[in-house]
Design a protein around this ligand. Structure first.
Ligand code: NAP
Length: 263
């Protein structure tokens, strides 16, 4: 069945690939981007790939942009837009954490509330939250980001129970990607080095830390987005999606094992 699917942060990475994959399956995709220039670039790519898609700028922290959804029948909202942030909780400027929460949690929730108005009224709809396996396992030096994904995964589970109780056929699910090579992890881990100077508790370790992070992500990251895009498609098209979808499976399995062993 053809659905109208709105995806945020679709100018790059997982969101962009999911938008094309969903459009190729025949869905009416509203691919929204953080900036107007990303929207222009995505429109040009659609034209080049002969792929019909409606593309517009939607900064999820901007109330006027969020209200563009009002009155539009959206079958599936995919909350994909996200920011990364890193650094030790012992010293990172809390305003940096606040900014990530603003995008990854608060603005995401505000956009969801706008979409839910229509879904509840029409008694039909699905909301997907792109969280992370970093929302299942605390990751040292990534906690400013990891905490937002813990919050998002918890919010999705709670909202799902609330929507079930309301009984208006609104489905909620969480997509938890493992490490995937989009450039997101490299940008996120690098952010802390912009402010970690001699006064940092970890200054002496910073060089070794950088090398280790680079190696870890080079080893862990899936080279492309296919496995997670497949989960996004499955959750978008399901009548009753599962609560959680994780990919690549090996990383999900690793997280489950780590949790069993008390991580
Ligand atoms: N890649 C991974 O390993 C991984 C793992 C787990 C979870 N995730 C999650 O997957 C999602 C997509 O990540 P990705 O890897 O595809 O990285 P990405 O390419 O950086 O995608 C995130 C997108 O969100 C956009 N964005 C940022 N702030 C926004 C705002 N206020 N309003 C609208 N859009 C905004 C970004 O725009 P700019 O590029 O202009 O900042 C970017 O286009 C994120 O939620 C991320 O947390 C990724």
């Amino acid at each position: 069945m053809r659905k109208t699917i709105l995806i945020t942060g679709a100018g790059t990475g997982i969101g962009r690939d999911a938008a094309f994959a969903l459009a190729e399956r025949g869905h009416a995709v509203l691919a929204t981007t953080f900036s107007a220039s990303q929207a222009d670039a995505l429109r040009a790519e659609c034209a080049q790939r002969c792929q019909a898609m409606e593309v517009f700028k939607l900064d999820i922290t901007d109330a006027a942009d969020r209200n563009l959804l009002l009155g539009r029948p959206i079958d599936v909202l995919i909350n994909n837009a996200g920011l990364g942030e890193s650094g030790s909780l012992a010293e990172v400027d809390v305003n940096r954490i606040r900014k990530v929460f603003e995008v990854n949690v608060f603005a995401t929730l505000e956009l969801t509330q706008v979409a839910l108005k229509g879904m509840i009224a029409r008694q039909s709809g699905t909301v997907l939250f792109i969280s992370s396996i970093a929302g299942r396992l605390p990751m040292p030096f990534l906690m400013p980001y990891s905490m937002t994904k813990f919050a998002l995964s918890a919010a999705a589970a709670g909202l799902r129970a609330e929507m079930d109780q309301l009984g208006k056929n609104v489905q909620i699910a969480v997509i938890e990607p493992g490490a995937i090579h989009t450039g997101f992890n490299q940008a996120m881990t690098d952010r802390k080095y912009a402010w970690m100077d001699e006064s940092s508790y970890f200054f002496a370790q910073a060089k070794a830390m950088k090398v280790k992070e680079k190696r870890t992500f080079a080893f862990l990251e899936a080279r492309d987005t296919r496995s997670i895009v497949a989960k996004i498609i499955a959750a978008s098209e399901a009548r009753r999606p599962r609560l959680r979808y994780v990919a690549p499976w090996i990383q999900g399995f690793g997280i489950r094992l780590a949790r069993i062993f008390g991580a």
